[in-house]
Ligand binder design. Structure first.
Ligand code: HPA
Length: 280
C-alpha cells in the first residue's frame, strides 16, 4: 500500500469526478455513521460510485455507502460524500483524506464534516448535537498526520497554521441557526482516536482530563487537510452514546447507527440553514 499520494494521482481522481459533472461544488460534505441520509435531499443529483474513481479507497464499514452525490442543496452546489474512509480500515492517512483533496481540486471552498461521537462531557447525552469548536489530534501527535511526507506545495504550505481549525464565522452561523430554529446544541472539543476498538474506562478518564468533550474515530485528518488546502470548516458531532468512564455499559456499532438516524432531522436543519446563508 502506498502511504503517500502524488498530485498526479489526486488529479486523476479529480478528473474522474469532473468528467461526470458540469458544476463547481462550493461545499464539500462528509457525512458520518448513520448520518448519510442528508444526501437524499440533494436536488438534480449526479451520483458517482467511489469504486469508479481511481485511487479512491473503498469504505468497508456498515453505514457508509461509498458514493458521491453532487447537486444542489439549500441553493448551494454541494458534493456530498456518503460514507467516509477511516484510518482503522487500514488505509494511510493520505488515502483517508484523498476525498478532501479532490474537493479542494474541484474548487470547493467549504467543508462540512459530521461524525458520530461518544460523549466525554458528563452532561452530554445520546441524541445531542455538538458543534465542534476545536479538536485534539491524538492520532497525529505521535506522527500519523496526513501532511507527513513530501509537501505538495501546489496544495498548501509545509507548516500550516492550526489556530482555528473550525471557522469562527461558520461556528457563529451554526449557533445562530440553532437558536432561530430552537434546536438545542452543545459545543466542545472533539478528540480523534484511531479505533476501531472503543475506549477503555481509563482511556476515557484520560480524555476527560485533557479537555475532550466527545470522542470519535474520524474527522481530524480531514479537517487538517482541508485547512492545509485553505478551506473553511464547519464540524458537527452527533452524540450517539455516553462514554463509559466507570466501565458500567458497553458500546456497540448498532447503537451508534441507530442514534445517528435519530439525529438526522436536527442535523439537517442546521446544515441546510448554514448552506442557505453561506457567502461566496
Ligand atoms: N468512541 C469512539 N468513537 C465513537 C464512539 C465512542 O464512544 N461513538 C461513536 N463513535
Amino acid at each position: 500500500m502506498e502511504e503517500f499520494i502524488t498530485l498526479a494521482q489526486i488529479d486523476e481522481a479529480t478528473d474522474a469526478v469532473r468528467r461526470r459533472i458540469s458544476v463547481v461544488p462550493k461545499v464539500g460534505m462528509i457525512l458520518g455513521s448513520g448520518l448519510g441520509d442528508l444526501a437524499e435531499a440533494v436536488e438534480d443529483a449526479t451520483i458517482i460510485s467511489t469504486a469508479d474513481i481511481p485511487h479512491w479507497p473503498q469504505s468497508t464499514v456498515e453505514g457508509h455507502k461509498g458514493r458521491l452525490v453532487i447537486g444542489r442543496l439549500a441553493g448551494q452546489c454541494v458534493l456530498v460524500m456518503q460514507g467516509r474512509i477511516h484510518f482503522y480500515e487500514g488505509y494511510s492517512m493520505q488515502q483517508v483524506t484523498l476525498p478532501v483533496r479532490v474537493m479542494q481540486r474541484l474548487g470547493a471552498k467549504y467543508l462540512i464534516v459530521t461524525n458520530a461521537a461518544g460523549a466525554i462531557h458528563p452532561d452530554y447525552l445520546p441524541g445531542d448535537l455538538m458543534l465542534i469548536t476545536d479538536h485534539i489530534n491524538l492520532v497525529g501527535i505521535p506522527g500519523f498526520n496526513p501532511l507527513r511526507g513530501p509537501n505538495l506545495d501546489e496544495l498548501g504550505p509545509r507548516f500550516p497554521d492550526m489556530s482555528e481549525p473550525y471557522d469562527r464565522q461558520l461556528l457563529n452561523l451554526a449557533r445562530e441557526i440553532a437558536r432561530e430554529k430552537q434546536i438545542p446544541v452543545r459545543e466542545g472539543v472533539y478528540a480523534g482516536l484511531s479505533g476501531p476498538s472503543y475506549e477503555s474506562p481509563a482511556d476515557l478518564r484520560f480524555l476527560r482530563v485533557i479537555g475532550a468533550d466527545a470522542v470519535g474515530m474520524s474527522t481530524v485528518p480531514e479537517v487538517i487537510v482541508a485547512k492545509h488546502g485553505g478551506m473553511r470548516v464547519l464540524g458537527i458531532s452527533g452524540i450517539t452514546n455516553k462514554a463509559n468512564l466507570d466501565g458500567s455499559a458497553v458500546t456497540t456499532h448498532e447503537e451508534v447507527l441507530e442514534a445517528g438516524r435519530i439525529m438526522v432531522p436536527k442535523l439537517k436543519a442546521i446544515v441546510l440553514g448554514a448552506l442557505e446563508r453561506l457567502s461566496d
